[in-house]
Design a protein around this ligand. Structure first.
Ligand code: GLU
Ligand code: MG
Length: 455
C-alpha cells in the first residue's frame, strides 16, 4: 500500500490549499457511517502512524442519534490511523464541493487491529484467504441510490428521458469520481423515479471496499453541490424499489492469474470458486444481518423485487442471492474470458459498511473452502413459488424476513463468533437491536423516511 500523501485533486485546487485546511480521518463503522476527526494538513507528517484518538463507544453511535447500550461505557482509548493511499482531496468550489478525507484503521494502543475495526476485519479475512488457500480477491461494488434533484417521473425506468431529467448530476458525478482516481464503468437511470446506479471497475478487494466508501461520499457531496441529496437507503418507500449494493468478485492465485473459471466444469465454475460459493450460501442466513443491516433492508429482500430472498445460486436470475455472471462477447479468447468471469452477491445494501459486507462474504467463503464443500447446483425456477419442503429439497431456505430474525440467526452462529470474534458480534447485536427499538412503533413508511435521511 502506498504511503504517499501526494495531493489528489484539481490542479490549483487541492494543492493550493492553506496548510491549516483540515483533513478528516475516518473509519467506517457498524452503523455504516464514516466518522472521524480532522487534523490540519500541516500535522500530517507528525501524525503519520499515530492518527487521532478514538473511543470504543463511538462504534455504538446509531445512525439515528442514540448510543446503543455500550459494553465499554466511557472507558478505553484507541488510535484511528490514516492510510494515505485512500486520501481524497478535491476542492471544486465551482461545483460546491470541498472534500478532504482519508480512510483509516482503528488500532489498540499496542498497535494491533481493534476487534471492531471493520477494515481490519476485512484485511484479516483476506490474509487468511491468501495464506490458507493461495487466493486473492478482486471485487467491485455496484451501487444504487436515489437522487432527489432533477424531475423524477414514474414509468421512466432506464429511459433516456429519465437520464435527461437528472440534469447536470450524472456528468458531474463522473467528473468528480474520475478526479478522485476511481475508474468509471457505467451510470444508469434505474427503475425507480430518481433512482440511479453507478459502477466502477474491479480492484483488489480492500481497495474496492475503500472505493465503495469514497464513491458513496462523493456521490452525496456532488448531489449536495447541486442543492439536492443522494440517498443510499435500502429502500425509500415500502411500495417502491430497493437500492441494492451488488458485490461482484472473482479470484486470482498468488501470481495474479484468474482462477474462478474452469471450462471443464459445470457452468465454468472452478473447484475453489465453487467451494467458496457453497460456503457463502451455507452461512447466508447467519451473515445476512451483516450485509443487509437495516430494519427496512427486509422490505427490499422480498420476492419479485429483483433483490434476493433465498440462499440460492442463480445463472441468469436477478433474484438469486448469488449469481454466476455472464461474460459478454462471443469471440473472446480464454484469457479474457477467465479474467472477466465473476460472481455477484446481491443480498446487500449500503447501510452496511463495505468492509463488513466483504468480510462476511470472504469469511463465509472460507468456511466452504476449509470444508472442501462441493460446488452448489444452480437453481432454475422461481423460488417464490416453492414451499419450504420444496426449497429444502433444493438445499435452499427463505432468508430471514426481518432484522430481528437475522440477528437471532447471527447470534446462534458458531461460525460467525469464530470468524469475527465475540467482541464484534456482541457489539453488533447490541447496536442493531437498539436500532430496532428506535424504530419501534413507527409505520414502514416512517421507518423508510428515517433511513432515507440517515443514509
Ligand atoms: N434494485 C434491485 C435491488 O434492490 C436491483 C435491480 C438490478 O438488478 O439492478 O437489488
Ligand atoms: Mg441495478
Amino acid at each position: 500500500m502506498s504511503d504517499s500523501d501526494a495531493p489528489i485533486g484539481a490542479p490549483g485546487g487541492a494543492s493550493a490549499r492553506p496548510d491549516t485546511d483540515l483533513i478528516m480521518v475516518c473509519t467506517s463503522d457498524i452503523a455504516g457511517q464514516l466518522r472521524g476527526k480532522a487534523m490540519p494538513r500541516r500535522s500530517v507528517e507528525a501524525r503519520r502512524g499515530i492518527g487521532v484518538g478514538w473511543t470504543p463507544t463511538n462504534t455504538m453511535i446509531t445512525s439515528f442519534g442514540p448510543i446503543a447500550p455500550t459494553p465499554w461505557g466511557p472507558l478505553g482509548d484507541l488510535m484511528l490511523v490514516p492510510d494515505f493511499s485512500t486520501r481524497v482531496d478535491l476542492a471544486l468550489p465551482e461545483w460546491g464541493l470541498d472534500e478532504s478525507f482519508v480512510l483509516g484503521d482503528v488500532l489498540t494502543l499496542e498497535g494491533d487491529p481493534w476487534d471492531c475495526c471493520l477494515r481490519g476485519q476485512l484485511a484479516r479475512a483476506l490474509d487468511r484467504l491468501e495464506r490458507d488457500h493461495g487466493l486473492t480477491l478482486v471485487a467491485s461494488f455496484e451501487h444504487e441510490f436515489h437522487y432527489s434533484g432533477g424531475e423524477p417521473q414514474p414509468g421512466l425506468g432506464y429511459a433516456l428521458r429519465a437520464f435527461r431529467r437528472l440534469g447536470a448530476f450524472p456528468n458531474r458525478l463522473m467528473a468528480v469520481l474520475d478526479r478522485a482516481g476511481l475508474a468509471l464503468d457505467t451510470f444508469m437511470p434505474e427503475y425507480g423515479p430518481g433512482q440511479c446506479e453507478v459502477t466502477i471497475d474491479p480492484k483488489p478487494a480492500l481497495r474496492a471496499a475503500d472505493e465503495a466508501l469514497i464513491l458513496r461520499e462523493l456521490t452525496r457531496a456532488t448531489a449536495r453541490g447541486l442543492g439536492a441529496r443522494a440517498s443510499f437507503a435500502p429502500i425509500m418507500d415500502p411500495d417502491g424499489v430497493g437500492n441494492g449494493v451488488h458485490l461482484h468478485f472473482s479470484f486470482r492465485d498468488r501470481e495474479g492469474r484468474p482462477v474462478s473459471w474452469n471450462p471443464a466444469r459445470e457452468h465454468g465454475v472452478s473447484a475453489p470458486a465453487g467451494a467458496f460459493l457453497a460456503g457463502v450460501l451455507k452461512q447466508l442466513p447467519a451473515m445476512l444481518a451483516l450485509t443487509a443491516p437495516g430494519v427496512p433492508s427486509y422490505l427490499r429482500l422480498t420476492p419479485n423485487r429483483w433483490s434476493a430472498a433465498f440462499n440460492n445460486l442463480g445463472l441468469q436470475d436477478r433474484e438469486a442471492s448469488l449469481r454466476i455472471c455472464p461474460v459478454f462477447g462471443t469471440e473472446l479468447d480464454d484469457e479474457t474470458r477467465a479474467a472477466r468471469f465473476n460472481f455477484e452477491y446481491r443480498a446487500a445494501d449500503a447501510a452496511a459498511s463495505p468492509y463488513l459486507l466483504l468480510a462476511a462474504v470472504v469469511n463465509a467463503g472460507l468456511s466452504g473452502l476449509d470444508a472442501g464443500l462441493a460446488t452448489p447446483s444452480v437453481t432454475r425456477q422461481n423460488l417464490a413459488e416453492l414451499d419450504a419442503a420444496a426449497l429444502a429439497a433444493l438445499g435452499c431456505e427463505r432468508l430471514p424476513t426481518s432484522l430481528a430474525e437475522a440477528l437471532d440467526r447471527l447470534q446462534a452462529s458458531d461460525w460467525a463468533r469464530e470468524a469475527f470474534g465475540p467482541v464484534l458480534i456482541d457489539a453488533y447485536l447490541r447496536h442493531k437491536r437498539n436500532e430496532i427499538e428506535i424504530m419501534d412503533g413507527l409505520s414502514p413508511k416512517e421507518i423508510c423516511a428515517r433511513y432515507a435521511l440517515a443514509y
